[in-house]
Every structure is written in C-alpha cells, then in structure tokens.
Design a binder for this molecule. Sequence first.
Ligand SMILES: [Zn+2]
Length: 381
Amino acid sequence: MKTFISIILLLSLLSCSELKEYIRKHSKHSNTIVSSSIDPSSSENIDAKTSEMKKEIKTAADTDQSIKTLPRKKKVFMIKKPILSAKVSKYCNLIDKKFYLYGWGKSYCKDYQWNHVRSSHLGRPLIWLTYGNEQEHKKISKNMTMIFCTVHGDEITPTRFCFDIIEDLNKRIQNPLLKEEFKDLLIVVAPIVNPDSFFKKYPTRTNFRKVDVNRNFPTKDWKKSAIKLWKKKYRSDRRRFPGFKALSEQETIFQVNLIKRYKPNKIISVHAPLTIIDYDGPHKKRAKNANQLLIQMSNDASGYKIKDYPFFTGSLGNWAGNERHIPTYTLELPTSDNRKSKKYWNRFKEAIRSAVKSDLNKDLNVADGESTEKLNSKKSL
Ligand SMILES: [Zn+2]
C-alpha cells in the first residue's frame, strides 16, 4: 500500500513538472523576436530545443491555435547533399541561430554547396554560391549577375533577402519549364559579406576593425580624398571610416576578388533603409539595357523610387560602376526591421528575377578608361 501511494505521488509530481516545462517552452516559442539587439548567447542549443518543440507540437496539433505563429518552413529542392567543410558547417549553425532569433525560420544553410576561400578578421567564412557554368563563362561571356548582401552588418533585412533569393533560385533552376531561361545565366550570391558586424550582440555598420567596407574599395581618388573627405565632409563620423588604406579589409578584398574572378555584367548590392534603387555605371545613352532594367526593377516593385544617389570615394558604386563600367544597382530596402523581411521579399522578388534574367552583355562595349556620367534620375523616372 505504502509503495502504491509513493508511485501515485511520484506520477502526479512528474506530470506537474512536465506541464510546467511544456508551458515554459511553449510560451517562449510563441514569442516573435523583434529586436536586432538580442543576445545570441541566450540561444544555446536552439537546434535541440526546436526539434523537441516540434515533437510536442505534433502531438498537440489540433488543440493548439498558436502553432500558426511558428516560423515558416519552406521546402527546399536540392539534387544532392552538399559537402561542407567543418568550418562552414559550424558557421551554418551560427546562421541558423541568428535566423531563429530574428523569427526567420530555418536558413537551410547546410543544404547549399558553399564556396569559401577567405575569412573575416574573426575567422568567419566569407561564403558565396554559384549557379551556372563558370568554365563556359570564361570562354563565352554569359549573362553574369553578382549579388551582395549584408555589406553593413546593422542592415538586417538584406541578409534574409539574400537567403530568399537563394531559395528562389534553387526552386526555379530545377523547374523544367525554366530550363531555357537559366541556360545562359551565371549567378553569384554572397549573402553575408560582413559577418563580424552582423553577428555582434549589437550589430554595427562598420566591420570588426571599425572600417566602413563600402568606403574601402580602391577607387582612383582614394589616396587623395578618402581620409580628407571623411574628416571634412563626415566630421570623422565613425560609422563611415574608410580605413587607413584602400583595400585593407578582408570583406573588401572578398568583393573585389569575386568581381575580378567572375567578371559580372551587373552587380546588385542590397542595403537598407534608404527606400530607393540607385544606379552607378555607364550612362544610359551607352547602356540602354542597363537603364531599362533600372526602370523595370522599379516597376516590378510597384514603382519603387529610383534615386541618383551620389557615389563615394571608396564605394562599390564608384569602383565597379563608375570606374569599371559594370552596371551596379544598389537596392535599399525600406527598413532594417527583421519582422518585415517576408514582406520585402514579396515586394522585390520580381525585380530580382528581372535583374537576373536581363542580359546586359550588349551594353558593355564601352572602351576601358572612357569616362562615365551618373545617370540622371529625373530623366529616368
Ligand atoms: Zn548600407
């Protein structure tokens, strides 16, 4: 009898603690994380917790309405499992944690065959993906698009945006109906150019060494003007420090090397929150298609504002667009609010699809060294 009572007591205690544990976990899971300044260290063992939660939710499926608030899950189509180095695989775990914190669901990072050569100052891999045949592109120039995201680490939405591009490309490239469309394309996507600042507890614009990566490109006027302009025009604004010399940062070298290796016909760099599309590159008289694409992208995104934002000493727009005549589109998303990433993808996905498809090869017959003018936005609208 004594044993029987002990068992009953033990069972009731157990069920009570289980119930508490369920409520604790469940209420935690239902919270949508909105702040960009949440301590990532609080997310230890998120993967294990997530799978535990999934099991619980499966059993409670019909009775639990809050299941609707779960992070979205998308089906990713992959032909074969990629082979990733231990370093990249570990980095994917870090990305997944950040995605979870921002309420973005899974990144599917480990489903992709990443390229990795160079790492950031803190040793994080500067990764990129390629779609299409690079070897063929070396023989006959293909329609090559290069896409950069998270150049400034405190601009949160572009990170998810690049992963949305990647998911979209993976699905579309395997669609037999789109086979022709992808036949002559080569695409590079580098989703996190500046990981050291993106993964900070409080993300910053500048990288770990406090340099603005988008002022560190080796433009012709860098030596003469970069520091001088920064002191005078920007009153030594720490957020825009160009570095002590051009091309001093791993993140800048990374972008320059990708551009030199793949020789893109166009570049798209995604930022936030200026709410514009800016173009740097050959003048529209010599680059009709490039200008048409600018208008197309705006139209695809329900008339998104085109603005002729000035380029800067040491910026990508200046180095690639102005000096190397590569049409360079800077898409500035409206905010850095992680909750709006899905909305932005829906708004801009057609613009990205148009950009990737658009063949600007014919535009690029501009003689090297020929001076280029900035596109007049008033005329282009
Ligand atoms: Zn930016």
